[in-house]
Ligand binder design. Structure first.
Ligand code: AMP
Ligand code: ZN
Ligand code: FE
Ligand code: FE
Length: 283
């Protein structure tokens, strides 16, 4: 049986692995395919595709877009997207500017709390266009202003903590449309973490294609619950580890895996989406 891990981050967002390391881990875990799903970025896809080709692992281009619906932050996974799609790239570039401005605002708040971190230190450490709170946390630890990442989140960065800054986000509907016009399949990431099933009917209305039923932070009961919802709304099923690098000394990649048949279904849906986009364009 062939298995795949469809949720991975690299150093092109807040993961720590390089594409070559992801490909090597995928090969070691005998994964037939992996998808790269960096936050608001597709920058790592080209290199990861190359490394996967060398490692004999199939590569699926993806991204995890930050969106919102009814004041809930949602993450929408786009799979099999065209990573050169100009509309997608323009919109993602705007998200990245928002993320960079947010880092400056978080640092300003820390400075007001007499925590002497600089935005430059965070940007230097992040070394990517889509910086986020994990980079601020790592910079705080590196500067010995916090003793651990957990402490950084608990004291400063968690929602409603003093250095937390809300993100300006696109609507979930916009994110789904953006993924579709780039030829991709739109999947709601880790619905069990949002605990907001009431948003799902609206997303289905907005042409959501799938639910990430299997995820590191989903219990068996939670996964079963979302499998039932996927069935009820005729949605595709995906799953992945959401690996960001080492977690408690171990890489998560490969610890959540789904059968390859789910990739085949994603491909069939992507073909339909691309055909619809083409008919629209030629009409
Ligand atoms: P951001 O996109 O900047 O809001 O950062 C979100 C990322 O921060 C998530 O993808 C997680 O990887 C990480 N994160 C969120 N909350 C915590 C927490 N309490 N402890 C550690 N990491 C967290
Ligand atoms: Zn992340
Ligand atoms: Fe997420
Ligand atoms: Fe993720």
């Amino acid at each position: 049986m062939k298995f795949v891990d469809l949720h991975l981050h690299s150093h092109f967002s807040d993961g720590t692995y390089k594409p070559a390391e992801l490909a090597a881990h995928a090969q070691r875990c005998r994964l037939a395919a992996i998808a790269l799903t960096d936050h608001d970025s597709v920058e790592g896809c080209e290199e990861t595709a190359r490394e996967c080709a060398t490692a004999g692992v199939e590569f699926i281009a993806g991204a995890e877009l930050t969106a919102e619906q009814d004041e809930n932050e949602l993450h929408l996974l786009g799979y099999l997207i065209d990573i050169l799609n100009p509309t997608l790239l323009t919109r993602i570039a705007r998200c990245q500017v928002v993320r960079q401005d947010r880092i400056r605002e978080m640092v300003a708040r820390l400075n007001r709390l007499k925590v002497p971190l600089t935005a430059e230190a965070v940007f230097a450490l992040a070394n990517c266009r889509a910086p986020g709170r994990p980079h601020v946390a790592r910079a705080l630890v590196k500067a010995r202003l916090c003793s651990s990442l957990d402490e950084a989140f608990e004291r400063f960065l968690k929602r409603n903590r003093p250095a937390w800054v809300p993100k300006l986000k696109m609507s979930a509907e916009e994110a789904i449309d953006l993924i579709h016009q780039a030829g991709g399949v739109a999947v709601l990431a880790h619905p069990g973490l949002n605990r907001t099933d009431k948003v799902i009917p609206g997303l289905v209305e907005a042409s959501l294609d799938g639910l990430e039923c299997f995820h590191t932070k989903h219990s068996t009961v939670t996964s079963e619950h979302y499998l039932e919802l996927a069935d009820r709304y005729h949605l595709l099923v995906t799953g992945g580890s959401d690996c960001h690098g080492l977690s408690k000394g171990k890489p998560l990649i490969g610890t959540v895996r789904v059968p390859y048949q789910h990739v085949e279904r994603l491909m069939a849906r992507a073909a339909e989406i691309k055909a619809t986009a083409q008919t629209r364009a030629t009409r």
